[in-house]
Design a protein around this ligand. Structure first.
Ligand code: ZN
Length: 90
């Protein structure tokens, strides 16, 4: 292994590229009527979120801000939950 092999971040293998989808009981998709609903982390245009989504038609039932126990994103900035500065936007 050369020094370049240690410095370049390679694409993670299949073992590391997965999403744990937690089944949600007692919910029904309003679009297709399926009860196969799951909650899992996503990357969203407004930042990392947890989504509650139908697994048959992928209709989003909810998009939630992740709680600390969701561990998403796994590497948070120390100021992640801080309120915006009063100087910002007056
Ligand atoms: Zn559906």
């Amino acid at each position: 292994m050369g020094i370049n092999d240690r410095m370049i971040f390679l694409t993670p293998g299949k073992d590391e590229m997965y999403v744990t989808k937690t089944p949600v009981e007692g919910r029904t998709c309003p679009e297709c009527g399926s009860d196969d609903i799951a909650r899992y982390p996503i990357g969203w245009v407004r930042g990392p979120r947890m989504v509650v989504k139908c697994q048959r038609c992928y209709h989003s039932l909810e998009v939630q801000r992740p709680a600390v126990e969701d561990n998403w994103p796994p590497f948070r900035a120390a100021t992640y939950d801080w309120d915006a500065s009063p100087a910002e936007g007056g």
